[in-house]
Design a protein around this ligand. Sequence first.
Ligand SMILES: CC(C)(COP(=O)(O)OP(=O)(O)OC[C@H]1O[C@@H](n2cnc3c(N)ncnc32)[C@H](O)[C@@H]1OP(=O)(O)O)[C@@H](O)C(=O)NCCC(=O)NCCS
Length: 194
Amino acid sequence: MIELRDLQDEDRARLFRWRLQPEVDRWMSDPPPSTTVEHDRWFDDLRLDANQAAWIITCDAEPAGLLTLSGLEGRHRRAAWGWYIGEAWARGRGVGRAAQALGLDLAFLRMNLEKVWAEVLADNAVALRAQAAAGFLREGYMRSHIFKDGVFRDVVVLAILAESWMNRRADVRAGLVRSRLIADQPGLAVHQGY
Ligand SMILES: CC(C)(COP(=O)(O)OP(=O)(O)OC[C@H]1O[C@@H](n2cnc3c(N)ncnc32)[C@H](O)[C@@H]1OP(=O)(O)O)[C@@H](O)C(=O)NCCC(=O)NCCS
C-alpha cells in the first residue's frame, strides 16, 4: 500500500543517498548537492520553509521516494510539483502514480490549491506518461531550457487544475484501489499542517 508521511530526522541521510543516484539525478534540473553540508541546508529549509511541503512516499511502510510542493505562499493558490522514487525496487510498478493521486488530493482537497504545475525534461517519458494519466496537461515547451550533463535540454511545462483533478479523481483512484496500491478511504490525515 502506498502512503505519504511527513519528513523525519532519519530521512536526512536517506534523501542524500537517493538524490545522488544517477537514475534520479539525470531527471533533475539542478545538480545534486556536492557536500552533506549543502544537503543539510536544503533538508532543513525543506522542513522549515512555509513555502514548501514535502512528504516521504512509502510502500508498505518502507520509504520509497519524495514528493514536494513548492511556491505555496503566493496569492495564486498554486504550487510546483516535484517528485522522485529513490529506491530502484519501487520504480515502474505504479508507486509513483499512487503517490501522485495522494499528493493531488492533499494539494486540492487539503491545501485548497487551484493549480499544480511541473517542469519535466522533455525526454522523461515515464514522468510524462504518469502525469498525463492523472490529468496534467501540457502548457508549454521550453527549448534548451536546462543545461545538464554538458547539454542543453528541452523542458515541458505541465499543469493540472483543481476542477480537472476532481473530475478525474474517482477513476484514477478506483484503478489504484483495484491494484491494491492505495486504500479505499483516502488517508488525508497524513499531513497536519494544512
Ligand atoms: C517518474 C517517477 C516518479 C514515476 O514513478 P514510477 O513509480 O516509476 O511510475 P508509475 O507509477 O507510472 O509506474 C511506471 C509504470 O508502471 C506501470 N504499472 C505497473 N503496475 C501498475 C499498477 N498496478 N498501477 C498503475 N501502474 C502500474 C505503469 O503503467 C507505468 O508504466 P508506463 O509508464 O509504461 O505506462 C519515477 O519513475 C522516478 O522517480 N523516476 C526518476 C526521477 C524522475 O524522473 N522524477 C520526475 C522528475 S519530473
